[in-house]
Design a protein around this ligand. Structure first.
Ligand code: AFP
Length: 326
């Protein structure tokens, strides 16, 4: 089985990009080790702090963030990093040609229950003539690479550098990510969806109608039964979608009028959108492709509807029948 770096070389990836991705995998192996040690490493539970998003930080959020930040900033090709856990961007090497946005540990509420969590990352080119946070305000279509590491029963790296989407599995015996699925393709049709149903009363009319029709099953307008899954970690739900198809959504809702979306554009939605679209799926906010959204803030949040092409199109058709709530 091929290792990560030789497959990237075979894709004729720039040595600088290979070095950045190598750094991400080094950090991921360390995070995987700490997660594996769990309570024995003293990394479970929360800190007393909140992150910029106003969320309580888990000890492992802090550890994972520090590891990624320190290692990436040591890499000569990285000019700056932006993290879900940091207030502002952190600048590294002045000569660096890449910007890295990451969610160090997605699904952190799963840490203490030994559930799925992951690291999501996006690699952007450093734009000429721009400094500071503005450098990161690029639409997702500019990404040169995107991926995630899923810390589950196996530790897996799922990556695209703009060609196919590949899955690698960490071989603990040699400490290397080995290529285990050379080309991921999402089936266009599905009978599986993922949404947090407890938010139903807060959804838009379009989302209400769409999900009601899925739940009506064979006897309803869709004339087929649907099953539902919810991992409470986008990384786990997207991994299922990439593995066997499905629709995943965290939509607009009216719970908190000043915070109508949950997922972050730069750290979660954009990298997952690149993976899903390169695997022949669709990634939208219910109306437009995620990767065409022009960010205005590094911590911006968006609505997300992604997965099997025909199912995402069905969901979008419901949205097209109603005025946009945002
Ligand atoms: P964290 O960023 O706090 O780890 O939250 C994960 C997440 O943003 C996303 O990965 C999940 O899809 C979503 O939260 C789950 O949220 P709820 O189950 O609480 O609605």
């Amino acid at each position: 089985m091929k290792r990560l770096i030789p497959t990237l070389r075979a894709d004729a990836c720039e040595e600088s990009l290979i070095s950045v991705l190598n750094t991400v995998q080094t950090a991921a192996k360390e995070i995987a080790f700490r997660l594996h040690q769990g309570a024995m490493a003293g990394v479970l539970g929360s800190t007393l702090d909140e992150n910029i998003q106003g969320e309580t930080q888990k000890k492992l959020d802090v550890v994972a963030n520090q590891l990624l930040k320190d290692l990436l900033l040591e890499c000569q090709y990285v000019h700056a990093v932006a993290s879900e856990e940091e207030d502002s961007i952190v600048v590294g090497d002045q000569r660096g040609e890449y910007l890295i946005a990451f969610d160090p540990l997605d699904g952190s509420s799963n840490i203490d229950i030994n559930g799925l969590v992951g690291t999501i990352f996006s690699v952007l080119p450093r734009p000429a003539g721009i400094e500071g946070e503005e450098m990161f305000l690029q639409p997702g279509k500019n990404q040169v690479a995107a991926g995630y590491v899923l810390y589950g029963p196996s530790t897996m790296l799922v990556l695209t550098t703009g060609q196919s989407v590949r899955m690698y599995t960490l071989d603990q015996t040699v400490g290397e990510f080995l290529l285990t699925k050379p080309e991921v393709k999402i089936p266009h049709q599905t009978q599986e969806f993922a949404i947090n149903m407890s938010n139903k009363r807060h959804w838009s009319t379009a989302m209400h109608e769409y999900i009601s029709d899925l739940l009506a099953g064979k006897e309803g307008p869709r004339e087929k039964n649907f099953n539902m899954r919810w991992i409470a970690a986008m990384v786990g739900d997207v991994h299922r979608v990439l593995s066997r198809g499905g629709l995943f959504t965290y939509p607009w809702d009216k719970r908190k009028p000043n915070k109508p979306f949950k997922l972050r554009l730069l750290y979660e939605a954009n990298p997952m959108a690149m993976l899903v679209e390169k695997a022949d799926g669709l990634a939208t906010d219910g109306y437009d492709p995620i990767m065409t959204i022009q960010p205005t803030d590094i911590h911006q949040r968006v609505g997300v509807v992604l997965g099997s092409k025909e199912e995402v199109e069905s969901c979008m058709a419901y949205h097209a029948n109603h005025p946009k709530p945002f």
